[in-house]
Design a protein around this ligand. Sequence first.
Ligand code: BTN
Length: 246
Amino acid sequence: LGHSIHYLDSTDSTQKVAHKLSQEGCPEGTIVIAEEQKNGRGRLTRHWYSPKYTGVWMSIVLRPNLSPQKAPQFTLIAAIAVVQAIEELTNVLPEIKWPNDILINGKKVTGILTELQADVDKIDSIIIGIGINVNQQLSDFPDELQSIATSLAIESGRKITRAKLIQCILMKIEKYYHVYLEKGFAPLKILWESYAISIGKEIIARTVTGEIAGRAIGITNEGILKIEDDAGIIHEIYSADIEIKK
Ligand code: BTN
């Protein structure tokens, strides 16, 4: 990873740039990093707040020879890499909230957005977008984010070198990508579940078609969340917002 790095001072969205590079046939492992995003994108068309110099805003292009159904697994692989890199650099162990949130003390420090360029049966490229709040202080966040967002500096009490963090994440994504290509998702599923907060908890999953309440019992081999409701029926959730009941 990272043999081709596109470093930008300011851009709309590194995802957008990575999509374009991918369409132009860029090599696997191409990385786009920006100091600032004017129009950072989150999941479900949400905005992602990406101010200058304080965070890691990056997108990674992978080209695995796989079916599009495998794409959600890449969000989980990236999450494992980010959790381990954060722990290594800050000594704080974050938790993963399915599918793509990384939290410290219940507040969001990282979001991951995995997007695809694919045919019906074959991936052309997977674009993994990672946004990490690194050196913001609480007062730097807009009011509406102050109760739900945090940064590595707030949680660890010190400034983190972003270049080191990026390097560490890329090394780990590369490592786990190879594990995945050689051994499949099973070993990564176990690792992911060890960092996940929602598993074993009573949750409410809000999907586009409605709400499902029950106990999160794990993820499938595809990275899909399994919820067991009170009647003992197991639901498989592809995409949702999760609320963990207290
Ligand atoms: C989410 O939690 O909803 C996902 C947030 C993903 C943000 C990252 S920052 C780098 C990349 N470029 C974007 O526009 N979004 C992703």
